[in-house]
Design a protein around this ligand. Structure first.
Ligand code: G1P
Length: 275
């Protein structure tokens, strides 16, 4: 069973400066909802209600968002605006949120290791809120949970990207599992390779299910690409033992960590509510 979802949310969001100077990038909204709320909703749709958030300095708005705002709610009670808070209220009622701070920015692998204190010794999900996913049927994490239940090992979500974009992602090599067209047993993975060194065009996107031995591996993982501790490198250790599945998910994914992807998501969600 996967009971907890970890949200690494300590990064600076420098690509969105000056917007992210005093506002966490996870709080930037697509229409009226902050990115991290979409992520929490995806976890809830997958049946997960315990949220573990790795935050950092200047990120208190995230905690305030997943809390009651008495004055505001008192002010709008009984009026037409009250309904605007119904989604977030229901999340707060269903879920628990716990937080820890990443003191130094040493990469995604380090952020996940920082979350160990909130996760403990059990398999868990990871959502990178700036990859915004949408599917009209089961959500991406829900699909991955089903894959985990079948294979009982770490699972990464992948999608095909143009070969000239491999340097933006972790990229896998693997073989399709017999009888499937979307599930690969991973044999190799490389963080942000140049296209000429990329083992494929199957890129990891910001959804993971990890078995808890990943923490011990991360403790021993040296800084890799960009001088940072990379989750991709730690997962490679599991992959060498045949213990990583890559799953080509059903649905759409927007790279809201880039201005282009953010605008694309905004337009897509806007068209959806208008049609
Ligand atoms: C991280 C991971 C990378 C993955 C990506 C998905 O990179 O290191 O392997 O493909 O998330 O969004 P980042 O985008 O944080 O640089």
């Amino acid at each position: 069973m996967i009971n907890k979802c970890l949200f690494p949310a300590a990064g600076y969001g420098t690509r969105f400066l000056p917007a992210t100077k005093a506002t966490p990038k996870e709080m930037l909204p697509i229409l009226t909802k902050p990115l991290i709320q979409y992520g929490v909703e995806e976890a809830v749709e997958a049946g997960i209600t315990t949220m573990a958030i790795v935050s950092g300095r200047g990120k208190r708005a995230i905690e305030d968002h997943f809390d009651i705002s008495y004055e505001l709610e008192h002010q709008i009670r009984g009026g037409s605006k009250e309904a605007l808070l119904s989604e977030i209220r229901s999340l707060i009622e269903k879920c628990t949120f716990s937080y820890t701070r990443q003191i130094e920015m040493k990469g995604l692998g380090h952020a996940i290791l920082t979350g160990e204190t909130l996760i403990g010794n059990e398999p868990f999900a990871v959502i990178l809120a700036d990859d915004l996913c949408h599917n009209s049927g089961e959500g991406v994490l829900h699909q991955m949970k089903d894959v985990y239940e079948k294979y009982q090992c770490s699972v990464v979500a992948i999608e095909e990207v143009p070969m000239n974009e491999t340097q933006k992602y972790g990229v896998i090599a693997g073989k399709l599992v017999d009888g499937t067209n979307d599930t690969y047993r991973v044999s190799d993975m490389v963080e942000k390779p140049d296209p000429k060194d990329a083992p494929s065009n199957l890129a990891i996107i910001g959804r993971y299910i990890l078995t808890p031995d990943i923490f011990d591996i991360l403790r021993n993982t040296k800084a890799g690409k960009g001088g940072e501790i990379q989750i991709t490198d730690a997962l490679l250790e599991q992959a060498k033992q045949g213990r990583v599945i890559a799953y080509k998910f059903k649905g759409k994914r927007f790279d809201c960590g880039s201005v282009d992807g953010f605008v694309e998501a905004t337009n897509w969600f806007y068209d959806r509510i208008k049609s």
